[in-house]
Design a protein around this ligand. Structure first.
Ligand code: 6PG
Length: 251
């Protein structure tokens, strides 16, 4: 596998390690904007909650933080499945981030128009490297099937090499979604995967072994690639020689 794999004792210590590294990355951005693409799904919830606690909140220059989403489901922003709602309820309502620094997908638009509008926002607000906007930090999860963001196995979105954001609509993965594309993920200065729970163990082993072309395996940023996994998610790595990765256990 590419990058560094850190195995944490449990979900809480994984979330704390991610929070510590979020703060460190924000500090490294100096006086510039700190552009972050947030992960969706459920795993990042505890990280977001921790970032809102006084232990971490006061260390983050929220006036310079700009939040985007790695992907968004095309549901209202107050819908239980909304990735925006996850961040709003666990983080945004509790910290002093200027509303203008929050850049959700415009889910009120038709799917294709939402992707195009998001692309325009990305081009306007995120500075570029290698011809693509380069996020200071992209947070990603890992699906049981090896998807990440809304880049699913066999999805045409995996082939997108020009657009910054594209659409996803596939039976079994409803609702439709807007997702960042691989070129944008791979232009990031840092990508952190957060992987928790034994349901992810097979997918994580496949990524670590590099035996399958899972979408998550295609995330190979020119910058830092960090996999934060808890012991449950890492449970099938026993006996798997972790190549090209510094495996250490924290927490
Ligand atoms: C989404 C997410 C998706 C998620 C994985 C893991 O909108 O569905 O972006 O890629 O990160 O499905 O989800 P959990 O964290 O809930 O296991």
């Amino acid at each position: 596998m590419r990058g560094t794999l850190i195995i944490c004792a449990d979900y809480e210590s994984l979330s704390r390690e991610a929070a510590r590294r979020f703060v460190a990355a924000a500090e490294e951005s100096g006086r510039h904007a700190f552009n972050v693409a947030l992960a969706g799904g459920g795993t990042p919830r505890r990280l977001y909650e921790l970032l809102a606690t006084s232990e971490f909140e006061r260390k983050i220059p929220w006036e310079r933080v700009h939040l985007f989403w790695g992907d968004e489901r095309m549901v209202p922003l107050d819908h239980p499945k909304s990735n925006y709602k996850l961040a709003r309820d666990s983080l945004l309502k509790q910290v002093r981030i200027p509303p203008k620094n929050i850049h959700p997908v415009q889910v009120n638009l038709p799917l294709e128009q939402a992707a195009a509008a998001y692309e325009r926002e990305l081009r306007a607000k995120v500075g570029g490297r290698w011809g693509f906007p380069s996020f200071d930090l992209v947070l990603l999860g890992l699906g049981d099937d090896g998807h990440t963001a809304s880049l699913f196995p066999r999805s045409p979105a995996l082939q997108e090499k020009q657009k910054l954001a594209t659409t996803h609509r596939m039976p079994g993965t409803e609702p439709a979604r807007v997702t960042l594309t691989l070129p944008v993920l791979n232009a990031a200065k840092r990508v952190f995967f957060l992987v928790s729970g034994d349901s992810k163990a097979t997918a994580l082993r496949t990524v670590v072994e590099g035996t399958g072309q899972l979408p998550a395996h295609l995330v190979a940023p020119k910058g830092e690639l960090l996999w934060l996994a808890d012991t449950a998610a890492a449970s099938k790595l026993k006996g798997v020689r972790v190549q090209h990765a510094a495996a250490e256990t924290v927490g």
